[in-house]
Design a protein around this ligand. Structure first.
Ligand SMILES: Cc1cc2nc3c(=O)[nH]c(=O)nc-3n(C[C@H](O)[C@H](O)[C@H](O)COP(=O)(O)OP(=O)(O)OC[C@H]3O[C@@H](n4cnc5c(N)ncnc54)[C@H](O)[C@@H]3O)c2cc1C
Length: 295
């Protein structure tokens, strides 16, 4: 089967683009390795339209259903290779080759997580959280730890002060950054000794410090960086930022003609609604760039 567009990554961004392209009567294949970050969302309360919240798994279920309803073909698999020639792009999906004139990369990223037992359950219980923009509101008046280097964690710790008076930056290594420490102290953020061990406890997180003391928190936000899954694009010469996010124009197209990108693989603001917006823009531009499909 010939496709007008292959979407690599079937998270919220890729599936939203598939819905749009399906409704533009385009033939679309979505290839997904099945590790969407959305699947870890216990309940999202900031996605517009769901006043009582929606779990990531349920959102993914309805997006998939809607994409299929408009004719998108969904395939489970890993795209290991993407090449380009005069006719468009070739992809290798678990040994099989598929060609397409347009590609939308919506492969997302992987957070660096603290090395602790029971991490998955702690995320499900919301004692480990990754995204203050997503869920700091739900941490209002809780005791909050922000864990990472002082340099990287400072702005998240300050952000959390909007929600709680009880915010502690727990460094991941010994670090004397006097200016940052002064700014944090001025804002009422405590800075602890460096962490030696982090583990879940009943109703929260226990942090053992290198000086042997232990602290307990209701919630811990790790700020340990991430791996952006942009290698398929950068391998073709697409430009990316220092952290690996793909750089796109105002139509979500990379500097490689015909290669578009959407969602967390593009943006520093890792949000469902940002990915949906990218997807709408990219899908509309892809439709307009393809030969007309008049009835
Ligand atoms: C715990 C947690 C809570 C969150 N809460 C919220 C919230 O409340 N509100 C909010 O707006 N956002 C929230 N987020 C962020 C949100 O989940 C992401 O912004 C969103 O999932 C990004 O969508 P995406 O489609 O860009 O990437 P993803 O959802 O990560 O999907 C990318 C997909 O591409 C696949 N893939 C990658 N490489 C390949 C390849 N080579 N071949 C095939 N498939 C590939 C992956 O397996 C994955 O399925 C949260 C994230 C986490 C981790």
């Amino acid at each position: 089967m010939k496709f007008d567009c292959v979407i690599i990554g079937g998270g919220p961004a890729g599936l939203t683009a598939a819905i749009y392209l399906g409704r533009f009567r385009r033939k679309v294949l979505v290839v997904d390795a099945g590790h969407s970050r959305a699947l870890s969302i216990p309940t999202s309360h900031n996605y517009p339209g769901f006043a009582d919240g929606i779990s990531g798994a349920e959102l993914m279920r309805v997006l998939r259903e809607q994409a299929v309803q408009y004719g998108a073909q969904l395939k489970t698999g890993l795209v290991s290779r993407l090449t380009r020639d005069n006719d468009g792009f070739s992809l290798t999906i678990d040994g099989e080759t598929v060609t397409s004139p347009r590609i939308l990369l919506a492969t997302g990223l992987k957070d660096h997580a603290p090395d602790m037992p029971g991490l998955h359950q702690a995320v499900a219980d919301t004692s480990i959280r990754y995204c203050p923009v997503c869920d700091a509101y739900e941490a209002t008046d809780l005791s909050i730890a922000v864990h990472g280097s002082i340099k990287d964690a400072e702005s998240k710790a300050l952000f959390m002060r909007t929600y709680s008076r009880d915010v502690t930056l727990v460094p991941d290594h010994d670090d004397i950054d006097r200016e940052a420490r002064a700014r944090l102290a001025q804002a009422g953020v405590a800075v602890s000794e460096a962490a030696a061990d982090i583990r879940p406890m009943d109703g929260g997180i226990q942090v053992e410090l290198r000086n042997g003391h232990a602290l307990q928190f209701d919630v811990l936000y790790p700020v340990l960086g991430c791996d952006v899954y942009s290698g398929l694009a950068t391998g073709l010469g697409a430009r990316s930022t220092d952290v690996g996010c793909v750089i796109v124009d105002d139509k979500q197209q990379t500097n490689i003609e015909g290669l578009y990108a959407a969602g967390d693989v593009v943006s520093d603001l890792h949000q469902l609604s940002v990915g949906a917006g990218h997807a709408a823009i990219a899908a509309t531009a892809i439709h307009r760039s393809l030969p007309a499909n008049f009835r």
